[in-house]
Design a protein around this ligand. Structure first.
Ligand code: ATP
Length: 231
């Protein structure tokens, strides 16, 4: 279980509170108006935004004092955080060793995971020689290799067209299911939330609410969400 316990965050004049928990192995969307604090909340979980008050716990262990790289999570942003000067295989290999001194066994793991996301034939290419969807797959491959139990997605597929986005969400669902990952995904698209995430956290007016069933939330949105969705 991931617990945000009486959490309070502040960035300049912006503040956000959260008191909620997310079940291990579940997939949860974060939805809310632009500037509501969705990325800030992921940033706090990842360790980039310090908490003013409260705690973040994973299976009862406090994240405080754990640097971002030590936390049991991976994060993918919209730009996929790929290094342009490294090949696809190297970008993925970074998930295992930042200095890229991979053992033969680790190289084999990289090859295996590239196969898993359908990029076996692209290992030596640079990210710029790939389509947007393929770049997203590289980022997912790296996450898979890191094998951290929490996956944070910050509008990862926003730049992709609808069909490709649906395909990527299915891939995330498969990979998350296989690995038993806990997924938190920021999205502006209610359909994406419905597709991947049975539950949704509504972030609005300085609060992140506890997760509720996505279908129920979208079928009968509270006023704040109604405004945001333009319903
Ligand atoms: N470094 C910063 N210093 C001060 N304020 C910041 C900083 N970063 C973000 N903010 C403010 O914090 C608020 C929350 O931003 P955040 O990016 O978390 O929102 P969001 O819900 O993810 O928005 P969007 O959907 O547009 O990506 C915004 O009002 C933003 O202007």
């Amino acid at each position: 279980m991931l617990q945000l316990e009486a959490l309070s965050l502040r960035l300049g004049t912006f503040s956000l509170s959260a008191d909620l928990s997310v079940k291990a192995g579940s997939r949860v969307a974060l939805i809310g108006p632009s500037g509501a604090g969705k990325s800030t909340l992921l940033g706090a979980i990842a360790g980039f935004v310090p908490a003013v008050r409260g705690r973040i716990l994973w299976h009862g262990i406090d994240f405080a004092g754990q640097a971002p790289g030590q936390r049991p999570l991976s994060i993918i942003f919209q730009d996929n955080n790929l290094f342009p000067h490294l090949s696809v295989a190297q970008n993925v290999g970074l998930g295992l060793r930042p200095d890229l001194r991979l053992s033969p066994r680790q190289r084999a793991e990289v090859a295996q995971v590239l196969e898993r996301v359908g990029l076996a034939a692209f290992a030596t290419r640079k990210p710029s020689d790939l389509s947007g969807g393929q770049q997203s797959r590289v980022a997912l491959a790296r996450v898979l290799l890191r094998a951290r139990p929490i996956l944070l997605l910050d509008e990862p597929f926003a730049a992709l067209g609808p069909a490709l986005r649906a395909e990527m969400l299915t891939l995330v669902e498969d990979l998350a299911g296989d690995g038993g990952l806990t997924v938190l995904m920021v999205t502006h698209d209610p359909q994406d939330a419905l597709r991947l995430c049975p539950e949704t956290i509504l972030v609005d007016e300085g609060h992140a609410l506890p997760p509720g069933p996505t279908a129920v939330l979208l079928a009968d949105p509270p006023p704040a969400l109604r405004r945001y969705l333009g319903k």
